[in-house]
Design a binder for this molecule. Sequence first.
Ligand code: UDP
Length: 341
Amino acid sequence: MRTVITGGAGFIGSHLSDYLLAAGDEVTVFDDLSTGTLENLTEAFKNPNFNFVEGTVLDKQALTDVIAGADRVFHLAAAVGVQLIVEQPLVSLRTNIHGTENVLDAVKAAGAKLLLASTSEVYGKNSADALSEDSDRILGDALKSRWTYAAAKGIDEAFAHAYWNEYGVPVSIVRLFNTVGPRQTGRYGMVVPNLIGQALNNQPLTVFGDGEQTRCFSYVADVVPALVALVENSRSYGQAYNLGGAQEISIRALGEQIIERTGSRSSIELVPYEQAYAPGYEDMRRRVPDNTKANQLIGFIPQTNVEKIIDFVAEDLRSRGALDGRLMGRPGAMAGAAAGA
Ligand code: UDP
């Protein structure tokens, strides 16, 4: 099987690449290295079936050349992380909208199958007990970057859906809910590597707001096989599937568990949202997936609990910290990041 992964040097893409290489695929990663790194592909580069092409999904010709001859494509290249989105809204919009349209055209020309990575951000502020795929999307001001991003990902999904309906391009859509694990960087504001990095450095854990907001973290090794199972199941084409964790946890409780499990001397520091981001920033109070649809089609059941996730991420950060002397991204990286967000 010849597989192309856009954004394959990133956190999720590099795990997917390792997984598919182990299964015997020929894997080509196409990545502009804007947020991904070659370090993430250290294992992949040792495999003769692996190929890396540096390029952006905005370069239609390069993308078409890479995808020609592929059997399946995983489109993970995107501007990700709240911080990046609010700091660089234009490039985020272009990458997420034009880039996806370019990928769909290239996949259509190649006669390949496609997995489109979308996000739980599309549900916006809907804080229902469990968000199912047809739940309402509740978005704020279209000019605020967070909602612009949510809108752009929604447009991506609509493009994918239309390519399936009108051209018969086999495309499955996944909405990822706070996927975490080794190789994820705290540099773009992601809470798990950020807080674990702080704990390992015995610095205060910056918990934003009152810390009572909740998330359901899913482990990357649980999610990756589901991406493959979905794209290989023709009943998934033209459909969206939630992939999230099973355990709802507040950010404050997450911080407390991180301190306990890493044996850190840190304490929790509640940082007001205005200080963490910028005035007017809106956080999601709660985001809980209903995974029933993916469970019914491919048997998706998230296996890894928060304790194990903390242990695996801490182990990864420790080993990388020992390698390059840095345990995390920029301390206080979110401060002032969200003008207009
Ligand atoms: N968060 C936090 N401290 C940090 C980074 C994030 O308290 O250092 C909070 C953030 O405000 C949000 C939650 O953790 O309520 C999850 O943030 P993340 O950016 O990881 O994901 P998302 O907001 O997209 O769910």
